[in-house]
Design a protein around this ligand. Structure first.
Ligand SMILES: [Zn+2]
Length: 236
């Protein structure tokens, strides 16, 4: 079973809308980890095809700028008050953070990337918070310099695969760090960004479309992360 997750990472509205459109087109579910107030995200709040979790940013704390752990969590939880899941920006995690997530009523955290591993079965931490791992992440894939015509995992299996992809890389069809770095300066400007979309080799967008197509060939259903955890009894 393939689960699709996406970290919004402050992408502009048109870029987020583009990702939503793709999932809608193939009628496959996706879990979004949200970073900011967005009317596009608001429009899918009650859509069963999408789950909204939070994507708090703890990096300013690590860089000794202002703020607190609780402020960073509350900032996004105010936008998505019913969130069940959390993935920190840049996958920041720690033992006290697991407890803080739990204190805020979150039921799972998704902060561990195990690239291309076969066994990524979720499990419960001591406090009942469920840990969900992912075995594919678009930006890590291009940091390895791996081509995007191969996920390097077996995607047609009943074993769990969790994909972490970003709207910005779907929009840019990112194939390499260079493609992203060239476009990055226009991050908030979709009309400029589109000029940097990779059309030469297979990129993140192409890979996602192939995955969504094949998902519908091989599986009868798709699930959000929370639905999967419920169905598999990781969360009761
Ligand atoms: Zn992020």
């Amino acid at each position: 079973m393939n689960l699709f997750t996406s970290d919004i990472d402050w992408a502009p509205e048109a870029v987020i809308a583009d990702t939503i459109e793709l999932f809608n087109k193939y009628n496959v579910k996706c879990t979004f980890f949200c970073t900011h107030k967005s009317s596009v995200i608001d429009s899918i709040k009650s859509d069963n095809n999408f789950e909204l979790g939070i994507h708090p940013n703890f990096l300013p704390l690590m860089n000794q700028q202002q703020g607190s752990i609780r402020e960073a969590i509350e900032k996004v939880l105010n936008i998505v008050p019913n969130a069940k899941g959390v993935r920190s920006h840049s996958l920041v995690q720690s033992t006290p953070l697991y407890q803080t997530f739990k204190d805020y009523g979150l039921e799972y955290e998704a902060n561990t990337n195990l690239p291309y591993k076969n066994e990524i079965k979720p499990f419960k931490l001591w406090n009942g918070l469920v840990k969900v791992m992912h075995n594919f992440e678009d930006d890590i894939h291009f940091l390895y310099n791996f081509p995007f015509d191969d996920t390097k995992i077996n995607t047609y299996t009943n074993m769990l695969n969790v994909f972490c992809i970003h709207p910005i890389h779907i929009y840019l069809n990112t194939d390499s760090e260079q493609t992203y770095n060239k476009a990055k300066v226009h991050y908030q400007n979709p009309t400029e960004l589109i000029k940097f979309r990779n059309t030469k080799v297979v990129g993140t967008r192409d890979l996602l479309i192939t995955l969504l197509n094949n998902h519908n060939k091989y599986f009868d259903n798709s699930y959000t992360v929370y639905e999967y955890l419920k169905i598999e009894n990781f969360i009761i």
